[in-house]
Structure formats: C-alpha cells, structure tokens
Design a protein around this ligand. Structure first.
Ligand SMILES: C[S@@+](CC[C@H](N)C(=O)[O-])C[C@H]1O[C@@H](n2cnc3c(N)ncnc32)[C@H](O)[C@@H]1O
Length: 339
C-alpha cells in the first residue's frame, strides 16, 4: 500500500517485547473494572478514577496507552469510550474475556513466566520451584486463585462446548464418564443433547464441590452422579464413553500414560475414549498452541501434542487411535478404542 511504513525486523521484535506491557495494561483495566464504568457511555479519566478508586493521572495514562491498541478510544476533554475490544473486558459482556485476562495477567502467572529460563534449562515447571507444589495442590489452598482458575475454565468451556457438540455426535452412548471434568459443564451439555444417556463426573473434591449446583442448573442432576477422587487411583467403571477434555495436556508422558491406564482398567471392550485436546500440526507451520504450550511447561510440566504423539501415548496405555475429528474451535476430538 502506498505510504505504508515497512517495519524492520528489530521494529517487529520490539513490538512483540512491548506487547508484554500492553498485556499488563489490559489486565489492570480489567482488574479495576474500567470497561464496566464505561458501559453507559464515555466518561472523563477523573470520573473513571473516582469510580474505581484510583489515581486520576494513572487512569488517564493507562487508558491513553491502551488507545494505541484500539482498546478504548480517547475523545476531546480527556474522555474515554469503549471500543469492541474494550467491551469484551466488561464483566457482563456476552463475549466477556475478563476471567481469562485476570488469570493471564495475575501476579502468580507472571512470576511463573519470569522463570521461563529455569523451565527451558531444566525441563521442570517453574511453578513447582516457586511454590513448592503442583498447580492443582496449590489451587486447593488459594481460594482466590482457584476461583479465577475455575472462572477462566468455565469461560473457555462456554465458548468451546457448542463447537464440540456441533462437530461430534454423542448420541450412540448410554453412559458417559467425564474424567477430570471440572464442575461438569461439558458433561451437562452432552447430557442435554442426549436425553437418554446418563453421566458420571470425576474430579478432585475441591472442584466437584461446585458440581451439584452446575448439574442442577443445567437440569441434568437426576441423570448424573458425581465422583470425588483422583484419576490416578481409579476411574468409575460402567461407561461406554470416557471423555477427557484438556486433561492430558497438564501432565508429562509418564503421568499421562498412568491416567490413560486408569481409564483402560475401567473401560469395557466396546467402550470409546474421547480426548478433547488441541492437536498441534506435525509440520513446522505457525500455531498459537505452540506458544500456549510454554505455559503448560511452566505451570504443569505438561505439553500440547501432535497427532503422532497422541497415537504413541495412547498405544502405550493400550488404546488405538481411530480418528481425529476437528471442531470449529481450537480443539479436536481424538477418538480411540481399547487395543
Ligand atoms: C485443565 S482442567 C480441565 C477441566 C475440564 N475437563 C474442562 O475442560 O473444562 C484439568 C482438570 O483436571 C482435574 N484434575 C487434576 N488432577 C486430578 C486428579 N488427580 N484426579 C482427578 N481430576 C484431576 C482438575 O481439577 C481440573 O478440573
């Protein structure tokens, strides 16, 4: 395009480095609830600051910085208004990403990312070094962080679940077991789509405590039992479908195989295993999952895997990968059967 300035490689690089500052600015705006204050129309920086109990000049500079990325827009008289991106930071926006933003920019998350070199050099999750325990143990002790984690999971599930149900037909199953199923959002949606099926939800106790409410809200509580316990100890028997959504990516190979072997011990010969997972391309093509994969290394010692890596993992636990069904979202359904 005539007049367009071409960025040099160093400009490109520096832009990506500064993106970290923008990420924290977005987090701060979300944390203070600034988009919520602007829901009814533009306000001055001073008015916003009074509303969110912050420093007027600090709020002005924060919003001015974010306008450079089209998150908020500045009007005459130091007034600011929402843009479509800023609107998605509101608590009640239909497409709100607030929970994910709060989690991604949380000081605990950032402290962990600050130790990326440790994870790259040792192959160990920096989270363990910093907190002396695994993420799920930590979540059971820090209510505020756990609450954010669950909200972020719920948010991702709300976006993802319709794409899974559109892409995959669960109607042939009678009893669906959701292993590491959180508070049961996916299972509830599957049961609503398959009115004759029954469900079993397995997760650790601190998470399943919230499940009865979710299942009742979704109107499926009478068709679903809740099991509190570890998938390393046992997985409920009697299902003909075992679903693991975004579970294996939290674990390194040996632990992932242990989880799959637990399922293998409970699944019948005609049962099917359905992994809902982000499957990385086998070639060197760019993919956002390759960046998110670093977060799995840092926090969990887990990883995103390619189709071939899933095939090998499944084979080690006694399963045969049958097919990978893409969805309109980032995840696919990896279908496997007992070998
Ligand atoms: C990334 S979350 C995915 C949750 C849910 N499947 C979803 O997609 O929204 C991983 C889940 O594994 C559960 N989990 C972790 N360790 C577990 C264990 N030892 N036994 C059972 N569930 C476990 C966590 O509590 C969490 O709900």
């Amino acid at each position: 395009m005539p007049g367009e300035i071409e960025l040099s490689p160093t400009d490109d690089l520096m832009e990506m480095v500064v993106a970290g500052c923008t990420a924290q600015a977005i987090h701060t705006a979300a944390k203070l609830g600034i988009a919520d204050v602007l829901a009814d129309g533009p306000r001055t920086a001073d008015e916003i600051a009074a509303e969110v109990e912050a420093h007027p000049d600090g709020v002005y500079r924060l919003l001015r910085a974010l306008t450079t990325r089209s998150i908020f827009t500045e009007l005459p008289g130091r007034r600011f208004a929402l843009t479509p991106m800023a609107d998605a930071l509101r608590r009640d926006a239909p497409n709100s990403v607030r929970a994910l933003v709060l989690m991604a920019g949380h000081p605990i998350t950032w402290e962990t990312w600050g130790q990326l070199a440790h994870s790259v050099v040792t192959g160990e999750p920096a989270f363990w070094k910093l907190r002396g325990m695994r993420v799920f143990e930590y979540l059971a002790r820090d209510e505020e962080y756990a609450d954010l984690f669950n909200q972020a999971m719920t948010f991702s599930s709300n976006i993802e679940i319709p794409t899974i149900l559109d892409a995959y037909d669960f109607s042939r199953f009678h009893t669906i077991v959701d292993v590491g199923g959180g508070q049961g959002r996916l299972l509830a949606a599957i049961l609503r789509a398959t009115p004759k099926a029954r469900g079993m939800l397995l997760d650790i106790e601190s998470v399943t405590a919230g499940a009865p409410r979710v299942l009742a809200e979704e109107g499926v509580a009478d068709r679903c039992t809740v099991h509190s316990g570890s998938f390393f100890d046992a997985v409920p028997a009697g299902g003909d479908a075992y679903v693991l959504k975004h579970v294996l990516h939290d674990w390194p190979e040996d632990k992932a195989v242990e989880i799959l072997r637990s399922v293998r011990a409970s699944i019948g010969d005609n049962g099917e295993l359905l992994l809902v997972a982000l499957v990385l391309p086998d070639d060197g093509s760019p993919h956002l999952g390759k960046v998110v994969d670093l977060d799995l290394l840092l926090e969990f010692g887990g990883r995103h895997r390619t189709r071939e890596e899933y095939r090998r993992l499944l084979a080690e636990a006694g399963f045969e990968l049958r097919r990978v069904v893409p969805t309109a979202g980032a995840a696919s359904v990896v279908e496997a059967i007992p070998a």
